[in-house]
Design a binder for this molecule. Structure first.
Ligand code: IPE
Ligand code: IPE
Ligand code: MG
Length: 260
């Protein structure tokens, strides 16, 4: 990527720069349109402090709020947060039900701020598999914010990349059966159009916290050429400055898309 605007002054590593400086630095260069985040490490954060795992999830919600504000300050177009995977149902029942309630309450209490920031909330996942009360609470916020034109916040909730592809294949199979498209005429565009958020560009940057080097069934189709950044920080410790540093690192990378 061509270097434009200001770069970090020589001798001042990103790690030592403060939030406002970082924000100015990254805003001076082309931004990723879409940043996706695997918010991992809430449980470890709590365990390290001798707290129950749910305390980690509560701290994780705070971190998510800070990241939405930071993404808005940056002027990003899309942020996708992985909040609950299709595999997370296998956790102890009390953790699952606490998480559901926590997420629903967090989203609901965020409505005034989302409106004030012109943020649009969208849900990504098999939301019909979520308890009705929780689903209705979150869907209402998505509905209320649907005309907002600033940041689009996609919340991956009961989301699985494989489920998303299975659902896309079902949609495509139905279109083939209806005679709308011939099997040999199916292109990548048809698959993309059958995904949960067909109009959203693929993520440019995928951040995973807590050091795990895996994708955990997130956005399998969409991340074909996404830049990865794994940080050892646990999600509740991930700050606005960390997001800006991640974007600065992204801006320093060369994306080749298979070319030279
Ligand atoms: C991420 O933190 C939050 C969710 C998966 C809902 P974890 O709960 O996975 O935390 P660790 O990985 O056990 O530390
Ligand atoms: C990924 O984290 C899912 C979310 C952040 C919601 P997990 O903690 O569930 O992933 P694994 O089990 O470590 O792969
Ligand atoms: Mg985890």
């Amino acid at each position: 990527m061509a270097v434009r605007g200001t770069r970090a002054p020589v001798g001042e590593p990103l790690a030592e720069m403060r939030e406002a400086e970082l924000l100015a630095l990254v805003r001076a260069q082309p931004l990723p349109r879409h940043v996706a985040v695997i918010m991992d490490g809430n449980g470890r954060w709590a365990t390290q402090r001798g707290l129950p795992r749910v305390a980690g999830h509560r701290a994780g919600v705070k971190a998510a709020r800070a990241i939405v504000r930071a993404a808005d300050a940056l002027g990003l177009g899309y942020v996708t947060l992985y909040a609950f995977s299709t595999e997370n149902w296998s956790r102890p029942e009390n953790e699952v039900s606490m998480l559901m309630r926590l997420l629903e309450r967090a989203v609901r209490s965020e409505l005034p701020e989302l409106m004030a920031r012109n943020v649009r909330l969208r849900l990504l996942g098999r939301t019909n598999g979520v308890p009705a009360g929780v689903r209705r609470g979150i869907e209402r916020v998505a509905h209320e914010t649907r005309h907002n034109t600033g940041l689009t916040l996609l919340m991956a909730f009961n989301y699985g990349g494989r489920d998303e592809l299975v659902d896309a294949f079902r949609t495509l199979a139905a279109r083939v059966r209806a005679g709308e498209v011939a099997p040999e005429a199916i292109t990548e565009a048809h698959v993309s159009q059958a995904l949960y958020a067909a109009d959203v560009p693929d993520p440019d940057l995928l951040i995973r916290t807590s050091g795990e080097m895996r994708v955990s069934n997130f956005l399998l189709w969409q991340i074909a050429y996404t830049e990865f950044l794994v940080t050892p920080k646990l999600w509740p410790d991930f700050s606005a400055a960390d997001l800006y540093r991640a974007v600065a690192e992204f801006q320093g990378r060369t994306r080749r898309f298979g070319g030279v």
